[in-house]
Design a protein around this ligand. Structure first.
Ligand code: HEC
Length: 764
């Protein structure tokens, strides 16, 4: 018997190959960073400028389509005032600018729109700035409907239905019903079955093809704001030149290969049927395997234009998860469609004993497929849910609600699957009743799967929950307040509303019993953006009496983690300081990435996800013979590989992942303690050259050329990451030697906190 060479052995190498190709496909997409939201602007949002700026420059958090980016600058009456010459910079394009004539005094609105190269979604936003006078009035949040394009969910649904049913059908054919037929031999309607399955493939391809064309028209229409008919022509051509269009073309290419392979099979089979040879279930079917590979590859471009591609710093893990999700769905849902619509109906009229024998062999095989698919679905679904929702309050937005509904609908699906697996499957060989129940549960499962895919179509058409929640400020605090004690002064700092735009800073000083401390002569705060060094300088506060100092117009332009440092100079000479970190959220009129998944946590979750799939493969492989039989081995090998890769990824993230030094942020808040440690380190290692006050007048300085730099001047020119590197690596060709041996990482960070407090005595 030639059973060992059943077509099942082809499947895992094929899946591996498809995954490898997917990796290659997915990498170039890796430079995109986030949904194309505004990350920085010049002038900054809410800034009040003394003079008219020459131009407006906007930076976006990910690559955008240069031709589709738009900036308009409107005056208070809503009239456009810019020179209408929007142009773009960078490759991929991440910044755009528009030049301005000399503006009159007044408040202006910058309104912008772009189309992300990653997911093809259109994003709009706006912010204010003023010239020569304070900002008056605020813009409303740009209202974005939950679903920007009403056809999109249904088209996505149809694409999923078509694509998954063909992929799942091929998997089912190669791994389940052909091997099952082969194991039983005659008496079963192989020809009827092939024909029914053939029709189903045709149906799947037609649905997939038409809905893909529909997606192209709808995408062109919504991008260029024309009707579907109006989209034919230039808009369509321009859309095909976007990244979205390119991945659509990739998908179409695989579609053509898949169609050709299915065609060849269809013609071969009808030739055989005419010759009355019957269908030959034996042998490995190269054409079917080609079709399977093409269909698995076809799922990849669908992933590339999903939200996964816009997950900040985690686009690759998110895309891989999405792809796993689709493959899992194909194994389970796609397989169910073919079971319900082709395999089971083809058994009608077949003799009871034959039918029982067939089902008893086919259903356990399908169980294997479905269990692996379900594991992939659950593991990758957890990842995606975390990456796109991220915080519990984000569940309240439409995306989150749809996710909850989708999860709720999956529960009965799982129940039916377990009933099939635990109860019906065992009885198939003996009881016809079990066969009838199987028909019902399979039909029920397939129907639920259709509904789940519809919900998936809706979800993937909506902006991810975390982004909407961030814009609405859901679950995020309103304002920041904290206190600390330094040199016996209770320093209480408040920042309101801690959102982009103008903020109110309040520093109140009291002694331990709560009595105001009024002998401070100077209070300064420095607000610094931790994710990017912007070189902010300390700003003096106004004394409002009773130990309270205020700053009314601290403009914070960027969303993210900020640090506030307060320096208090007192008559007594006991100067004190306080430093805190807080999260700045998007204020009215700006888009935001305020809520974003943590990169390392994402990588660990991805590792866990891959390892879980590995464990399930092993669990399936052991009863099939483990390492001792070919069938078992074909699960053990990928299972072990996935386990090793997953566990390896987790270990790598925890211990070995490289960090980009210049991008590093100081892990320590520059509070009194940190600065004291830094000062001690400075005194012992640096002051000999740089001098006690840092201006380069240390005892060893005289003989040095170039002379030691003045730290109050040079330190603000570098990011904290760069300072870390300078201290660790030194400055080549100068006396500034590396000090790696003398200082630990932590000490170096404290030292940086200290040298950032040094001030030029001339400027004081
Ligand atoms: C042996 C003398 C010496 C010692 C010790 C020394 N430096 Fe320097 N440092 C220099 C010289 C000389 C330069 C000027 C290099 C140049 O002109 O590029 C410099 C430059 C710098 C700069 C400015 C680099 C730039 O390109 O802007 C920083 C920051 C700095 N040192 C920090 C430190 C710190 C912190 C320490 C203590 C850990 C330290 N240095 C110890 C001699 C020294």
């Amino acid at each position: 018997m030639n059973m060992g060479r059943s077509s099942k052995h082809w499947i895992w190498p094929i899946v591996g190959l498809a995954a490898a190709v997917f990796f290659l496909l997915a990498w170039p997409g890796g430079d995109a960073a986030a949904h194309a939201n505004l990350s920085r602007a010049e002038p900054a949002p809410n800034s009040e400028l003394p003079e008219s700026p020459e131009r407006i420059v906007l930076w976006f958090s990910e690559g955008i389509e240069p031709d589709l980016a738009d900036i308009r600058v409107l005056n208070a009456r809503g009239e456009g005032v810019d020179n209408d010459d929007v142009s773009a910079q960078g490759d991929p394009v991440e910044s755009v600018f528009v030049s301005l004539p000399t503006l009159e005094n007044g408040t202006y609105t910058v309104s912008w729109a772009n189309v992300s190269t990653v997911d093809g979604h259109r994003v709009r936003g706006s912010f204010l700035f003023s010239v020569g006078e304070p900002i008056s009035g605020e813009v409303d949040l740009p209202s974005q409907p939950a679903i920007s394009n009403p056809q999109e969910p249904y088209l996505r649904w149809l694409v999923l239905l078509g694509g998954l049913s063909v992929t799942g059908g091929l998997l089912l054919e190669l791994a389940v019903w052909r091997p099952a037929l082969r194991g039983i031999g005659g008496g079963l309607p192989a020809v009827t079955l092939s024909r029914r399955v053939g029709w189903l493939y045709l149906g799947g391809m037609v649905v997939l093809g038409l809905s893909s064309v529909g997606q192209l028209l709808s995408q062109s229409g919504s991008t260029f704001e024309v009707s579907w008919i109006g989209a034919i022509g230039d808009p369509l051509r321009d859309t095909l030149e976007t990244d979205w269009g390119r991945s659509w073309l990739w998908r179409s290419g695989f579609f053509v290969i898949l169609s050709a392979a299915l065609m060849i099979r269809f013609m071969r089979r009808s030739a055989k049927a005419d010759g009355n040879e019957g269908d030959d279930p034996g042998g490995t079917d190269i054409v079917a395997c080609t079709a399977l590979v093409a269909s698995l590859l076809l799922l990849a471009p669908i992933t590339l234009v999903s939200h996964a591609g816009t997950t900040p710093e985690l686009e690759f893990p998110a895309q891989l998860s999405d792809y796993l999700h689709l493959v899992g769905a194909a194994m389970w849902a796609g397989g169910l469609f073919h079971l319900a619509l082709a395999v089971i109906p083809a058994l009608r009229g077949v003799e009871a004993a034959d039918r029982r024998a067939f089902l008893a062999s086919a259903v356990p095989r399908f169980s294997v497929l479905a269990i692996i698919g379900a594991a992939a679905l659950v593991a990758s679904g957890v990842f995606s849910a975390w990456a796109q929702v991220t915080t519990i309050p984000s569940l309240g937005v439409p995306y989150g609600v749809t996710l909850i509904v989708k999860t709720a609908v999956i529960v009965p699906l799982l129940v039916l699957a377990v009933v099939n697996h635990r109860w019906i499957r065992r009885r198939l060989a003996r009881s016809d009743d079990a066969g009838r129940w199987l028909t019902r549960t399979v039909a029920g499962e397939a129907a639920i799967a259709v509904l789940v895919l519809l919900l998936a179509g809706f979800m993937t058409s909506m902006e991810p929950a975390r982004q909407v929640a961030a814009r609405e400020g859901r679950g995020l605090p309103d304002g920041f307040a904290d206190d600390t004690i330094s040199e016996n002064v209770v320093i209480d700092i408040g920042v309101e509303p801690a959102k982009t735009g103008r903020n109110h800073v309040r520093v109140s000083l009291a002694d331990r019993r709560g009595a105001p401390i009024t002998d401070a002569t100077d209070v300064r705060v420095r607000l610094s953006f931790l994710e990017q060094d912007l070189g902010e300088l300390p700003v003096p506060l106004e004394n409002a009496g009773e130990g309270i100092w205020v700053l009314d117009d601290a403009v914070i332009a960027l969303v993210g983690v900020w640090q506030i440092e307060a320096d208090i100079t007192r008559l007594t000479g006991f100067d004190s300081r306080a430093a805190f970190r807080f999260e700045v959220l998007a204020g009215a009129g700006s888009n935001s990435d305020a809520i974003r998944p943590d990169r390392d946590r994402g990588r660990v979750l991805l590792g866990a996800e891959i390892a879980l799939v590995g464990v399930v493969l092993l669990a399936v492989g052991v009863p099939l013979g483990g390492w001792y039989e070919r069938r078992g081995i074909s699960f053990m090998v990928p299972g072990t590989a996935a386990g090793v890769v997953g566990a390896g990824l987790i270990v790598w993230v925890q211990y070995f992942a490289p960090v980009d030094i210049a991008q590093q942020t100081n892990p320590f808040v520059p509070d009194e303690k940190s600065i004291a440690i830094g000062q001690a380190a400075y005194a012992s290692v640096c002051s000999a050259c740089h001098g006690e006050g840092g201006i380069g007048d240390g005892p060893a300085a005289g003989s040095l050329y170039p002379p030691p730099a003045s730290l109050p001047v040079h330190v603000p020119l570098h990011t904290q990451g760069e300072l870390f590197e300078i201290i660790r690596v030194g400055v080549v060709g100068t006396a500034m030697d590396p000090v790696s041996e003398d200082l630990s990482d932590d000490e170096t960070w404290h030292l940086i906190n200290y040298i950032r407090t040094l001030e030029d005595p001339d400027l004081r």
